[in-house]
Design a protein around this ligand. Structure first.
Ligand code: HEM
Length: 190
């Protein structure tokens, strides 16, 4: 059962790491202080990289383990999985979204070279948010522990953390828009 426990533990910690990364990503793009942005960005990337390593461990352990019959083809055809196919579809789509976001994220310096390209880069990077949300959905659908209070508490805390980061960013953006300089700019544009 060691592999099976490893698979589940790695899945849970991966979801937590992607949550840390998603929350810090939201806070980074809402911050104007360069020093703060640097550290938020650094931890955002490190958490995403740790999450990807744990996700790889989760997938390899789930496939290698003999407790349930899941073959490597699940990664291209999750509908055919003999084990909780709907949950597998959601998990595999989460994986695609997060891997795409990681590749595009790693190539940011080469891709986002102008304002227009940066806008396109941002719209592709939304794959990370979709992947994160799907990974939370997968946790609610797939796991042996999905009905236990402790896993429900972890999963709901993940949703809460990202919602709190979003609310904090919206509040600081609204406060910034109310500063005298921005109010004057808005008045001039009218
Ligand atoms: C971002 C992607 C993913 C994350 C964050 C994730 C995370 C999780 C979590 C938190 C659980 C619950 C563990 C438990 O109940 O103890 C779980 C279960 C599971 N995941 Fe994933 N997963 C992801 C992708 C995948 C993929 C691509 C597969 C397919 C190979 C997969 C296969 C499974 C299986 C078979 C279970 C059920 C384990 C059980 O019954 O306890 N997961 N996953």
């Amino acid at each position: 059962m060691t592999l099976w426990y490893l698979a589940r533990a790695a899945g849970i910690v991966a979801m937590v790491m992607f949550t840390v990364s998603a929350s810090l990503g939201i806070l980074t793009s809402g911050s104007r202080d360069p020093g703060r942005r640097f550290w938020l960005q650094y931890v955002h990337r490190s958490a995403a990289a740790t999450g990807l390593v744990l996700l790889t461990t989760h997938v390899i352990a789930v496939i290698s383990d003999a407790y349930v019959d899941i073959s490597p083809t699940v990664l291209v055809w999750p509908v055919g999985s003999g084990y909780r196919p709907f949950a597998m579809v959601v998990g595999v789509l989460a994986l695609y979204g997060l891997v795409l976001a990681a590749i595009v994220g790693a190539a940011r310096g080469r891709l986002a070279t102008s304002e227009t390209l940066t806008r396109h880069w941002r719209s592709i990077h939304i794959a990370a948010s979709i992947g994160w949300l799907l990974s939370v959905g997968h946790s609610l659908l797939a796991g042996t522990d999905r009905g236990t209070p402790w896993l429900l508490a972890i999963t709901l805390s993940c949703l809460g953390a990202v919602a709190a980061a979003g609310a904090y960013r919206a509040r600081s953006q609204a406060a910034r828009a109310r500063t005298p300089l921005n109010l004057a700019r808005a008045g001039r544009m009218r």
